[in-house]
Design a protein around this ligand. Structure first.
Ligand code: FES
Length: 123
């Protein structure tokens, strides 16, 4: 076995996610991450929204498994990191432009797995 392989890092117990199904885990090897469960699968993505940098770990996972920003409701695919819907509310008239510009740079995604009731960073 190579000594350069990194050991899995325990991020959080699934039971500690709460009703939003996502939270912020600080101080991972990749900095703060938004970590949660979507459609029964764990995920970890970079924590800052591509719009105005809200903490996505303080958002929520929607019923259809998308990560929703807590500030203006942008939606992300947690598998690819892509913004699926631009910001809503006062930003709705420009949501398409925001999605096409700032949203075009996807969130970073990180490999994770479920084990022993917890989410582990595996890479
Ligand atoms: S900061 Fe996320 S949608 Fe505005």
């Amino acid at each position: 076995m190579s000594t350069s392989e990194s050991s899995p890092v325990r991020l959080i117990a699934v039971a500690d996610l709460g009703d939003s199904n996502v939270t912020v885990v600080e101080h991972t090897p990749h900095g703060a991450l938004a970590v949660g469960v979507s459609a029964g699968k764990p995920f970890a993505v970079s924590n800052r929204c591509r719009h105005l940098f809200a903490s996505l770990g303080k958002g929520s996972v929607t019923g259809d498994g998308r990560l929703e920003c807590p500030w203006h409701g942008a939606l992300y695919d947690v598998g690819t990191g892509k913004m699926l819907r631009g910001p809503q509310g006062v930003f709705k008239p420009v949501a398409g432009a925001v999605k096409a510009t700032t949203g075009a740079r996807a969130l970073k995604t990180f490999p994770v797995e479920l084990r022993d009731g917890a989410i582990w960073l595996t890479g």
